[in-house]
Write a protein that binds this ligand. Structure first.
Ligand SMILES: [Zn+2]
Length: 85
């Protein structure tokens, strides 16, 4: 199936937000870096497993995938159309 699930785009985005939030919060307490690392690892795994181009398997920017829900989007590497649903 040559589509990307939109929920995984949201999940990756949530992981990034968690990471950024923890990075900021770590200024006050270094212990908060630990959930931040989980967020980063989660983002990496989701990106690797679900957000790669179905045709060439390479990475596309997350913000582009966001927009792809509403308009046509072509992989920046192989120029095949990616459908996000
Ligand atoms: Zn591609």
């Amino acid at each position: 199936m040559n589509t990307i699930q939109y929920k995984y785009v949201l999940l990756a985005f949530a992981c990034l937000i968690l990471f950024c939030f923890c990075l900021g919060a770590a200024l006050f307490s270094p212990l908060l870096l630990i959930p931040g690392v989980f967020g980063l690892v989660g983002f990496y795994l989701v990106d690797k497993k679900y957000l790669r181009c179905p045709y060439c398997g390479r990475h596309n920017a997350l913000d582009k995938l966001f927009i792809a829900k509403r308009r046509k989007f072509y992989c920046v590497h192989c120029w095949e159309q990616i459908i996000v649903e």
